[in-house]
Design a protein around this ligand. Structure first.
Ligand code: DQA
Length: 142
């Protein structure tokens, strides 16, 4: 399952000097193409709501084998999403379009990354594709 956090529906028009021109539609299309090549299915969800994301993570292990998540602003604020990821029995990989360690101080802390297997940050859309690749490897036990 792929989870896009808050404001990522605005990609393509939002702070383009930071996030570039790519839209969420294009990211999702590229992810679906990559998933097909790997022979896996993907459910992709975007939500602006912390509780909805907590619910999705909480229910994920009954239907999915892994989580690819860009928690967006909740990365830096959400103990609830961190706890949901920590409780989850399937692996999660965190991704960010921008390099959060090169930005404002408040973005340099990820509350959620320690509850994930790893984090990929700073490669634009490629962060998602690299994250998917890493997740597929984990799911296949390699
Ligand atoms: C982001 C980085 C976050 O700090 C920010 O709040 C976002 C996007 C990224 O993908 O670079 O919304 O997660």
């Amino acid at each position: 399952m792929v989870i896009h956090g808050p404001n990522l529906q605005l990609l393509g028009s939002r702070e383009r000097h930071i996030y570039g021109d790519v839209t969420i539609k294009v990211i999702n299309r590229e992810l679906q193409t990559a998933a097909r090549v790997c022979g896996i299915g993907l459910k992709i969800v975007q939500s602006n709501h912390e509780g909805k994301i907590v619910d999705l993570i909480g229910a994920a292990s009954s239907s999915f084998q892994g989580i690819l998540i860009n928690p967006a602003a909740y990365t830096h604020t959400s103990v609830a999403i961190r706890d949901a990821l920590a409780a989850c029995t399937i692996p999660a990989v965190e991704v960010h379009l921008s390099n959060i360690y090169k930005r404002e101080d408040f973005r340099k802390v990820s509350l959620t990354a320690p509850a994930c297997v790893g984090q990929i940050s700073g490669f634009g859309m490629e962060s998602y594709l690299l994250g998917l690749r890493a997740l597929v490897k984990l799911m296949s036990g390699n």
